[in-house]
Design a protein around this ligand. Sequence first.
Ligand code: DHB
Ligand code: MG
Length: 211
Amino acid sequence: MAHKDRLDYIRQLFALETPQLKAIRESTTDKNDQIGINPEEGKLLQLLIRLAKVKTIVEVGTLSGYSTQWMADALPEDGHIYTFEKDKKRAAMAKGNLHSSKITLVTGDALETLSSISAKAPFDMIFIDADKLHYLHYLDWAEKHIRKGGLIVGDNTLLFDAVWREALPDRVRQTALQAMREFNQRLADPAKYASLLLPTAEGMTIAVKNF
Ligand code: DHB
Ligand code: MG
């Protein structure tokens, strides 16, 4: 069968959404629809979860819960994902979409609310996909609360291609650029991590903690 393009081929074969995932994506409105992950990124997160035998996940930035559900679907029965959303409208949307006992949604600013689960550390995986200005703060928390061999994953780490360019695109702030460059630089340290910035549409940095 012919396909529209290479992504269409890949998605049809390897990244088919469950009816629930499709419904979440289709219910996600306007701008929010464009800032969620893609199906192939959801599948990649699932693969990482299976490969690293991940049981506990922290997600910073829930949005509609689409990425949350992709990850929850790959967790074993006794696995759990804690997901943090600051925006009340997005949190309400996620609450309507997520119904698994494997998922805990925490509403509020993660800079304040992450401490509510610190006692449950160390975690197996921490997925950072929230406001880009605070990526370094989330990384500070992640580095303290991830287990050895655990995964720290950051979305949008190409920062709309600003991260490698000389000139700053209109939509990107200088402070966010500096934060993202430092975020990647820290995760690129081979003494601390086995890591790579994968060139997905938005860039996804994946780091396995060495110690
Ligand atoms: C934006 C945020 C995201 O997490 C994303 O994946 C894409 C875009 C944004 O804020 O524009
Ligand atoms: Mg993102």
